[in-house]
Design a protein around this ligand. Structure first.
Ligand code: GLU
Length: 283
């Protein structure tokens, strides 16, 4: 068994991150398996080095040890670009020149699990139009979902303790795989990374369960392994709402500074015992 924790260094870790990290770590250790840490720093404009250091300090404080080197997404941009090239050569991605405002203004943009569904404006541009606009305009790369699904057919994944589920990538529409300002989306990078890291069990919050539709599709398109998934309940604060990075009271640094014992907190979290006022809720 190999599990992982993959923080995005865009803020301080909080109790919700700690819960995810200790579950993944404890599952690996209980099985005599391995646990790795990945830094999801693909978004260069939001990632900050100080949060990488702070996250690692928080995990060490909880008593979480890791196997192998830290994997940083910012070191793997070439791999992501190569995967995108492959999809481009197969006609499965297309450049999109729409701005957020263009998409929001489109009357035919209903919402899917990953936000507004892309109305397809740039899907059928001519090659000449594409070439001309690519030279002049910023663009992202979108997956042509209908074509992708035509290649893969129906896809299943296994949710621990719940059996097989059918992936529904079509519900996400033509998702972005590479952005104007980031060379790979979370979906593309994370799917490639989980395979290269040898992850057998993805243990993460229930807020990401819908992403698994897309991850399963990318695994099939790119010939990657499919781990087992366990999407755990989310930690909610005293107001009953899911914790966010802005909830300073639940920050691990804050708890550490207040003298909380890290390994004791980790043991409590594994057992499902949360500090007073916090609770677990399914998404
Ligand atoms: N960096 C992602 C996050 O913090 C990790 C998602 C995942 O575990 O796949 O939400």
């Amino acid at each position: 068994m190999l599990t992982r924790f993959a923080p995005s260094p865009t803020g301080e870790l909080h109790l919700g991150h700690a819960y995810s990290a200790v579950l993944a770590h404890a599952a690996a250790r209980a099985a005599g398996g391995r646990f790795r840490i990945r830094i999801d720093d693909i978004d260069g404009s939001r990632s900050r080095e100080e949060f990488v250091a702070a996250s690692l300090a928080d995990l060490a404080w909880l008593g979480i040890d890791r196997d192998g080197d830290l994997l940083r997404q910012s070191d793997r941009l070439g791999t992501y670009a190569a995967a995108l090239d492959g999809l481009r050569a197969r006609g499965l991605v297309y450049p999109c020149f729409c701005t957020r405002a263009d998409i929001a203004a489109s009357l035919s943009a209903p919402h899917g699990p990953s936000g507004a569904l892309y109305p397809g404006t740039c899907r059928n541009l001519s090659d000449a139009d594409r070439a001309r606009r690519m030279a002049a305009e910023p663009h992202c790369w979108r997956l042509d979902m209908a074509r992708a699904i035509a290649e893969t057919g129906e896809l299943l994944w296994e949710e621990a303790g719940q059996g097989l589920r059918t992936a529904d990538p079509l519900a996400h529409g033509d998702i972005v795989l590479a952005r104007k300002d980031a060379p790979a989306s979370y979906h593309l990078a994370s799917t490639l990374d989980d395979t290269v890291m040898g992850v057998t069990h993805v243990i993460r919050g229930a807020d990401l369960v819908a992403s698994t539709d897309v991850h399963r599709l990318l695994q099939a398109l790119l010939g990657l392994s499919t781990p087992l998934y366990r999407h755990h309940a989310l930690v909610c604060g005293p107001d009953g709402k899911r914790l966010a990075k802005r909830d300073a009271a639940a920050s691990l640094k804050g708890l550490r500074d207040a003298g909380v014992d890290g390994p004791a907190l980790a043991a409590d979290l594994v057992a499902g015992r949360l500090p007073a006022g916090y609770s677990l809720q399914n998404a």
